[in-house]
Design a protein around this ligand. Structure first.
Ligand SMILES: Cc1cc2nc3c(=O)[nH]c(=O)nc-3n(C[C@H](O)[C@H](O)[C@H](O)COP(=O)(O)OP(=O)(O)OC[C@H]3O[C@@H](n4cnc5c(N)ncnc54)[C@H](O)[C@@H]3O)c2cc1C
Length: 324
């Protein structure tokens, strides 16, 4: 099916980089808007190791891989090309368009939408990474319910460990805070833990093991078993392309966007975890939709102008729809 306009020199109205919930939903919306879209799928979504995604409207408990399969299937009616390969390089062109390279091929796009997600940086403790998403979690809203009233440990030695331990207590009364060596808690934070019966354990950890539960072996040889562990890992951008293109990042290295998902770089939108939106499947998908609508409205304006016409502000608005 042809796109909504004569493509001229441009091969795509939009290239979407990343096919997690944000990128897939953006592709759905732009496809439905009769845009010609290239969706570059660089690999599995962030929650790939989880057995089930929770808090997902009408799909509670669905494995993340199944969500992705359905997301890709539902793009079939639209003019959306999906390629299972990452974007490698992006070059801004003088006319405001972008050249995007995947493998050895360059394509041209009028607009760009990044949905490249974040990478969790886990503490380097042997056995932790292998259990990530299975018995080691970060988010009680995602994995608290299956572990309700269970024996839980929170791994963390600063304020974030204190915060997570106090939060997770809402799902279970059996909480230990493992600080993996001397902690950096304030006296007030230690008192909070005592008040709420959260045990503080500051022995260094040697490794994690176990299959359906987590066995924690400490340096002194003691072994303790928990049903699950929660921690709040640091994060970095999964792709450096937005930064290399000049999109501004905040102090936590998240791509700065406005309420419509526009980055600081003209013609470039971003959605999902990479922007500091709440990090859930539904929020990522919703922000993909918002960014896609905003991106499309700028294409509508451009197409209308090219056709020699213009939107005029209605009496109740100062700017035309989608005008930055
Ligand atoms: C273990 C775990 C369990 C979770 N459980 C839940 C849950 O139960 N419920 C819930 O709501 N949320 C859950 N989350 C959070 C949820 O996974 C994220 O909020 C969501 O996946 C964010 O979607 P996204 O599209 O922004 O990014 P992602 O899902 O991370 O997708 C980004 C995509 O971009 C791709 N990419 C990166 N660079 C490139 C490139 N150069 N070219 C092409 N593609 C690229 C990546 O390969 C990836 O596929 C969980 C997270 C983790 C880590």
């Amino acid at each position: 099916m042809a796109g909504a306009m004569d493509m001229g020199a441009y091969e795509y109205d939009a290239v979407i980089v990343g096919a997690g919930p944000a990128g897939l939903n953006a592709a759905l919306v732009l496809g439905g808007a009769r845009r010609r879209v290239l969706l570059l799928d660089g690999g599995p979504p962030r929650n790939v190791t989880a057995q089930a995604a929770h808090g997902v409207f009408t799909r509670d408990g669905t494995p993340p891989a199944d969500l992705k399969t359905v997301g890709l299937e539902q793009l079939a009616p639209y003019d959306v090309t999906v390629l299972g390969t990452p974007a490698r390089e992006i070059r801004p062109e003088d006319d405001g368009t972008f050249s995007v390279r995947y493998e050895q091929r360059w394509v041209r796009a009028r607009r760009l939408l990044f949905a490249t997600g974040v990478r969790d940086v886990l503490p380097r403790i042997p056995g932790l990474r292998e259990r990530w998403g299975r018995t080691v979690h970060h988010c009680p809203y995602c994995d608290g319910w299956p572990n309700r009233a269970a024996r839980l440990a929170v791994l963390g030695s600063h304020q974030e460990g204190h915060h997570l331990a106090l939060s997770v207590r809402s799902w279970s009364d059996h909480i230990s805070l493992l600080t993996n060596g001397p902690d950096e808690l304030t006296p007030a934070q230690r008192r909070d833990l005592r008040e709420l019966d959260i045990e503080r354990c500051d022995r260094p950890i040697r490794h994690f093991s176990g299959r359906d539960t987590v066995r924690v072996t400490f340096e002194d040889g003691e072994v303790r078993e928990y049903d699950a562990i929660f921690l709040n890992p640091a994060q970095v951008q999964r792709s450096r392309l937005p930064e290399l293109l000049g999109c501004e990042l905040d102090e936590k290295s998240r791509v700065i966007v406005n309420e419509n998902g526009m980055t600081s770089r003209r013609g470039v939108w971003a959605a999902g975890d990479m922007t500091g939106a709440p990090q859930y499947v539904m929020s990522a998908a919703a922000s993909g939709m918002v960014a896609a609508v905003s991106l499309n409205s700028t294409l509508i304006h451009e197409d209308v102008r090219r056709g020699g016409a213009a939107f005029h502000p209605s009496p109740d608005e100062e700017k035309g729809v989608g005008e930055a």
